[in-house]
Structures are given as C-alpha cells and as structure tokens.
Design a protein around this ligand. Structure first.
Ligand code: NDP
Length: 428
C-alpha cells in the first residue's frame, strides 16, 4: 500500500508520527546513562540522600578493538548459524498467501559459545572474560553503530521491488517507518537467511548471557570470589536465555515476527538494548558485591520460581492450544469461538488476565534485580530492568490489545467482558 495513501487511516504507536525520532535519540542516551549512572566509582542514589554519579575516570566510548570484536561476534554467529545443522520450521501464513521456512539452531549456538566461554574463561583461564566488563562502553558503541547501520540498510532495501511490507511501518513518514521497520521479513543469501529472526534470538540474547558471564569473571578476578548474588543473577538469566532459544519456534508467532517490520526498533532493541541494559544488575554486582543470607537466597529463588511458573504455564497453555486444541492438557479449557475462525481461551491461565504471561515475566524480572539487595534499590540503577520492563509490558499489552481489536472486532469486546483484567488479576 502506498505510504502517503496510508497516512489518513494509520494508527500511530509511540506518541504519534514524530515520536520515534525522539525515541531514537532518547533510548541510546538511556543505555549510556546506565553506564555513567552506575560505575565502579559512583552510582546514582535516590535515598536516603540524593547523590548524582560521576562518569568513570578514563571512560573510552569507542575503540577499534571493541568494534572488531563486535563484528567478529555477529558474523561468527552468522557463520555458525549457516554452517551448523538446524531444524527447518514453517512460519505463519503471510498476507501474500505464502509461508517462510526458518532454520532454527539458536540453542545449539548457545551451548557452543557459552560452553566455550566457560571452559576457556573459568577452567583453563586462557580467556579473560573480564575484558567484556573493561570494554563495556566501547562494545556498547560498536553495537549501537552496527544496529544503526543495519537499520539504514533495512530501510533502503525495503524499497526494492516485491518486498513484503509489515502492516505498521508503512506510513510514508520516514522517521516513523525507519523506526518501526518497513519490510516484514528481510532475507539474504537467496532467501535462506532471515535477518530479523536471527537478530531477535542470536547475537543479542546469547550475547546477554555471555556479558553476564564476563561480569562474573570480573568479580572473581577483582574480589577473589563470586558472590551468591552474582551466581543467582547469572543462573536466572542464563535459564531465561536457554528457555528462549530452546523454544525458538515460539518466536515465529510473536508480533515481532508476524506483524512488525524490521527497522531501528527491533535492530537496536535486539542488538543493543537487550544485552547492554539487561546486564545492568550483574555489572553493578562487579563493583558492589552483595552476599545474601540463606533467607535472602530462598526468597529470591521463590520469587523467580513463582514468576517462571506463571510465565511458562501461561505461554505453554496458549502454544499448546494454538497447535492442537484437542490435546488433553488443554481440551477442558472454556473458549470463545470468534468470527475470525480461531478461538480465545477464557479459563485457565488466560481466564485470570488477558496477559497473565507478562505478569509472570515481570515477577521473574523482579527476582533478577533483588540480588542487588536493598542498597541496590536506593541506587535504583541495578533495579533498572524491572522498572523498565513494567513500562515495556504495559505498552506492549496496549499494542497487542489494539492488534487484537483489529483482528477480532466485536469478539474482542466479548472476550474483554469475560476476562476483565489486562495483566495483573484484580489489580490492572
Ligand atoms: P503473547 O504471547 O501474549 O501473544 C499475544 C497473542 O496471543 C494475541 O495477539 C493473540 O493472537 C493470542 N491470544 C491472546 N489472548 C488469547 C487467548 N485468550 N487465547 C488464545 N490466544 C490468545 O504476546 P507476546 O508475543 O508479546 O509475548 C510472548 C512472550 O514473550 C511473553 O511471555 C512476554 O512476556 C515475552 N516477552 C519478553 C520480552 C523481554 O524483553 N524479555 C519482550 C516481549 C515479550 P492470535 O489470536 O492471533 O493467536
């Protein structure tokens, strides 16, 4: 559909057609703000007294070495993804009536790279993983430069003949479309390499687990031991990463893959935001090790287990229902038949809130920040993840709500009357 013709009826996300231009400046500023806002010399503190941080001494924002390391990481993973065997899985039906085939081997790549880092970093000690901590800011810059350049490529290449465009980033407002992404599934190598799915689950998500490991290595070499809080953060987040890549197939039905184009929002989000902000608690713990009491450890474990139980229970129930509604594990659920042909679950997990899976995810996020301890809470930066994640999930729920209203029409209103809460049962 022609962009300008689309303007009148377009629904704009992110504060209207010009909002993304501001976000493209503000989001990178937040990532650098976290580096400056909490470092080994000082940390922003909100209470008992307000203290501004000072930038770390000798802060270097760019080095060729870090840039080359980032390129090596990205293209090394591309090569492994292409060379190693994987499962070939069909994606959802596209608006052009076709389905794309995806090669999935993220779990294999996680095991390989993480295993190698553990072996050479902690066992033989030939690899100084603490380098990731020492070069955090230049690595961040390398990632930002790369994701920005990738976004320019994606935007320009989306104008090629025959490109299938997403339903959102096709308004004719260049900054908006650049941010949201125009082309739905840009592919390289004669259509065999899917750029968006790769960026979504490989360099950023696996990179996050490795950055965490680098923080643990740095804490060990600096303080001579690993704190239980660092171990907990690493273990929780590694499990989350492993779970995401183990269930790689599930990403094919998320809105990121099925409706969002590939632009700055996902390129920057996947390659820069996820690894470099999600590691904040572990980075804080390098300089401010916390040793939790047994009761503290048990509390954190219990919060994480509760979050995981809700998150996996809800996502698993929906995935199972969508793939085989007659499966005995979901056949008993009450459903609402819609005119669109599919049914919406109205009991079980999905009868408690319309995005109960987000609630579980957020509770896990809380458990990842809690190891920073109460001192961390007053410093706020190590709690960044759960604060930011709450706003992301609230916004994402609104986006999905809008998409579902468009998809299901008045059936969605019936569903909302049956399942009244958005994310948190009886609260929101
Ligand atoms: P969901 O998995 O919640 O999927 C939403 C879709 O599910 C809807 O569009 C609809 O699609 C279908 N659906 C909604 N309600 C029902 C129902 N009652 N019965 C059956 N189908 C229903 O959304 P996301 O893709 O946003 O999230 C997937 C997971 O990823 C979540 O657990 C989320 O927490 C996590 N996530 C994590 C992020 C992170 O940064 N850590 C970022 C974003 C997400 P349809 O009817 O067409 O099937």
């Amino acid at each position: 559909m022609a962009g300008s013709a689309n303007r009148e009826k377009q629904h704009f996300e992110f504060f209207g057609p010009h909002g993304p231009a501001i976000l493209m400046l503000a989001l990178p500023a937040v990532v650098y703000g976290l580096v400056i806002g909490c470092n080994k010399e000082s940390c922003l503190q909100l209470w008992p007294e307000f203290r501004l941080p000072s930038p770390p001494s000798g802060l270097r924002l760019y080095t060729h070495e870090a840039f080359l390391a980032f390129l090596g990481w990205f293209f090394g993973l591309v090569a492994l993804h292409l060379l190693l065997p994987g499962q070939n899985v069909q994606g959802v039906l596209l608006s052009n009536g076709k389905r794309l085939t995806y090669k999935l081997n993220a779990f294999r790549l996680l095991v390989l790279t993480y295993g190698a880092a553990l072996y050479f970093g902690f066992y033989t000690r030939q690899l100084d993983l603490g380098w990731l901590y020492d070069n955090f800011a230049p690595l961040l810059t390398a990632s930002l430069l790369f994701s920005s350049a990738l976004s320019v490529y994606l935007y320009v290449s989306s104008f090629k003949k025959g490109a299938l465009l997403g339903s959102i980033g096709n308004t004719g407002y260049p900054a908006y479309d650049f941010f949201m992404g125009r082309e739905l599934n840009p592919r390289l190598l004669w259509g065999t390499f899917d750029l968006k799915e790769f960026c979504e689950l490989y360099p950023g998500i696996i990179g996050w687990a490795l950055l965490n490991l680098g923080m643990a290595h740095k804490q060990l070499s600096t303080h001579g031991s690993l704190s239980n809080s660092m171990l907990l953060v690493n273990a929780f987040q590694l499990y989350y990463v492993a779970d995401a890549v183990w269930n790689e197939r599930s990403v094919l039905t998320t809105m990121d893959i099925t409706s969002d184009g590939f632009g700055f929002m996902l390129a920057f989000g996947d390659l820069t935001w996820v690894p470099f902000t999600f590691v904040t608690t572990a980075r804080y713990l390098v300089d401010h090790p916390q040793h939790l009491s047994l009761a503290g450890v048990l509390l954190v474990l219990a919060v994480n287990a509760l979050g995981y139980y809700i998150f996996r229970g809800a996502n698993g129930q929906k995935d199972l229902f969508r793939s085989n509604p007659n499966d005995p594990r979901v056949a008993h659920l009450r459903t609402l038949k819609t005119e669109r042909g599919t049914s919406l679950i109205v009991s079980g997990w999905w009868g408690t809130a319309r995005h109960i899976n987000y609630f579980g995810d957020w509770i896990m996020g809380l458990a990842w920040c809690m190891p920073a301890g109460l001192t961390g809470l007053s410093a706020v930066v190590p709690y960044f993840y759960c604060i930011y994640f709450a706003s992301l999930l609230i916004h994402r729920e609104r986006r999905d709500e809008h998409a579902c209203r468009v998809k299901y029409g008045k059936d969605w209103d019936k569903y909302c009357a049956l399942v009244r809460y958005r994310i948190v049962p009886y609260v929101y």
